[in-house]
Design a protein around this ligand. Structure first.
Ligand SMILES: *Cc1c(COP(=O)(O)O)cnc(C)c1O
Length: 417
């Protein structure tokens, strides 16, 4: 992570001491760099400057209002997957005309609200959804802009839980049914076809699945044009991977330039992207404190105050995330191979397996690359209040962007019989 470095033996994020952040805000604590988020967003935007485009940040990666607001101010649109994300985006100042709505289970209430605020389009994931949107638009006397999310049936070569573009996945409309579904859409009175989209998975570290998917989607664009169905935009989804360990994903600049190249014969077509992880993952870290060390039966545990409730990626996807000690290094002959484990009563509550560390009780550790799918997947399991979130700005400023939950927050809305 480019904004972390050691100075006089202690870890700094930009020019801010991690120890000071932990003292001021407590642990576990999520910390994000506004500069890094901005830089990542601009790397997409700059490579698209000669092409009609919209970058719809995938809000689910990190939906803190400050993150959404920062991106909205830079001109981002948003890819949302629920009304909750829609309301967050609006609250954060998003322009509804830059919002695309993905997700397989859009409810009547969600569709109605999205039509009322006037989003850019629905990324429709099934035929019954298409009919439901048409009916609701009819009731409201509106026309719904739609894109069909097509499943291009390409192997994204990523973890199966974050692969979405294979035939057997629940997402999108099958490639074989695509044309037929477009024809049906074209016959509906309250539907306006505006685009086509795909999203084949997450943490993709190779270019080829993106390029294969684009070829397959463009073949459909041509077939649709032959039937006089003309699209305004092509949305190639998100999914670009980041470096957690030694992965070498293509840069956003390279990915975008390769895809623009494919679109050179389609000058009218607006290109849309839905990046999430690649904007925020390496902008964030999770600070945690060692409560105890435990040495038994040849195993060494660093038991920390953050768990799978705060950061579920290691438990859910076997994700590897770098762990750095905040105090640079103690005597190297005190190093041991540790499992870094949390407080949750589950054996899967392991943040990191088999890391060489030298740690003592009350030490601070940093889990790197925790800006995406970190806080946004956090829960209150085992009745732990969710952590606070802090944004770093201008290299030495830090601001609280979400208060640590209180115990009252834990039972808010609950009623005793
Ligand atoms: C999750 C998701 C994204 C973002 O994926 P990243 O891997 O975070 O870039 C984009 N589009 C859709 C439809 C998604 O579900």
């Amino acid at each position: 992570m480019d904004f972390l470095h050691y100075q006089n033996g202690y870890l700094l994020a930009d020019n801010v001491s991690i120890c000071d952040l932990a003292n001021q805000y407590g642990t576990p604590l999520y910390v994000y760099s506004a500069d890094h988020i901005t830089k990542q967003f601009l790397s997409y935007q700059d490579s698209l400057k000669n092409k009609k485009h919209l970058i719809c940040y995938a809000a689910k990666a990190n939906s803190n209002l400050s993150v959404l607001n920062l991106l909205a101010k830079l001109g981002a649109g948003f890819d949302i997957v629920s009304q909750g994300e829609l309301e967050r985006a609006l609250k954060a100042g998003a322009d509804p005309k830059k919002i695309v709505f993905s997700g397989v289970a859009k409810s009547v209430v969600e569709i109605r609200r999205a039509l009322e605020v006037g989003i850019k389009c629905f990324n429709v994931e099934s035929e019954p959804e298409l009919y439901r949107i048409n009916d609701i638009a009819h009731q409201l006397g509106k026309t719904a802009n739609i894109s069909l999310r097509i499943n291009p049936d390409v192997d994204a070569k990523t973890h199966p839980y974050i692969s979405t573009g294979l035939r057997e996945n629940k997402f999108g409309i099958s490639y074989q049914l695509a044309l037929d579904t477009y024809r049906k859409a074209a016959s509906l009175n309250n539907i306006k076809i505006v685009g086509i989209d795909c999203h084949i998975g997450s943490q993709l570290t190779e270019l080829s699945p993106f390029l294969d998917a684009a070829d397959r989607i463009l073949a459909l664009v041509d077939q649709l044009a032959a039937e006089n169905i003309h699209l305004k935009h092509i949305d190639l989804g998100g999914g670009l991977g980041v470096c957690y360990d030694d992965e070498q994903p293509p840069s956003a600049t390279l990915l975008v330039s390769k895809l623009i190249e494919k679109l050179k014969n389609y000058p009218e077509l607006e290109i849309v992207f839905e990046p999430g992880r690649s904007i925020v993952a390496n902008a964030g870290l999770l600070i945690t404190k060692v409560e105890y060390t435990k040495h038994q039966d040849g195993n060494h545990f660093a038991i920390v105050d953050a768990g799978m409730n705060d950061l579920i990626r290691p438990a859910l996807y076997q994700a590897w995330m770098q762990v750095l000690p905040v105090k640079e290094s103690r005597d190297s002959n005190t190093k041991k191979i540790y499992n870094v484990v949390g407080p949750i009563c589950e054996s899967s509550d392991v943040l990191a397996y088999q890391r060489e560390l030298s740690v003592e009780q009350d030490d601070l550790l940093v889990i790197c690359s925790a800006g995406a799918y970190g806080f946004s997947m956090a829960s209150n399991y085992n009745s732990h209040p969710r952590p606070a979130e802090v944004m770093l700005e201008d290299s030495n400023q830090h601001k609280l962007i979400r208060e640590r939950e209180t115990f009252d927050d834990l039972w808010r809305g609950e009623l005793v019989l």
